[in-house]
Design a protein around this ligand. Sequence first.
Ligand code: CDP
Length: 245
Amino acid sequence: MSGHTDMVLVDENGMRIDGRTAEEHRPIKIEAGVLHNADGSAYVEIGKNKVLAAVYGPRECHPRHLQNPQKAIVQVKYNMEAYSVSDRKRPGTDRRSIEISKITAEALEKVVLTELYPRASIDVYIEILQANAGTRCAGLTAASVALADAGIPMRDIVPAIAAGKADGNVLLDLNKEEDNYGQADVPIAIVPSTDEIVLLQMDGNMTRAEFDHAIELAVNACHEVHDLQVDALKRRYSKNQEASQ
Ligand code: CDP
């Protein structure tokens, strides 16, 4: 997020480098139940981002000192594969992946009925196979579907998407160039039934009016992402029904 480039990110007609208007998100594809050996799983593509989420549990929480006698804990491991970015990423955990794992777990804990499973752990693995900005949102979107696929009771399914600012324009769902050279990036996730915001971060600067507009764009798009999450789960459910007949 440098805010400086000679590259034109938004042209005089308001078109972005990938042909989108300011208020358009990238194409989104969501599939539920893509892995046999996990309790629940999902695959999400948002533009060039490709993300896999797998869920195990609820199961006994290890290490035991993390157990909560009142409720389950949600443990998230966000991992960006070495081959997911153009310059090979050093494999393994870094500060960024620890931060993203933490904020993802906090967002999911807002909807999972953790009180039903004292001392248990619900483990969520997010693998970024290909990255092009917006991976924390794609990861959270996939993780929510994987939790539902695992049959874990939730108040709602959480969708996430970012809005931001580049070349002075408020834009929905920044791509890599807009994220790198733009002026602000605001990933958000909501509980669709109440519009409660369960994840909100901000990198860069915007005016108050721009921020309000970015939130409005992202909340509206979150509802679209939610519809796609529900469709994916319905397709998964009807496939299961067919297989059991
Ligand atoms: O992916 P997200 O937008 O949630 O997080 P970010 O930290 O703002 O990263 C933006 C993008 O930078 C990522 O999606 C990757 O495309 C890229 N990136 C990278 O190339 N190498 C890294 N070590 C981290 C991020």
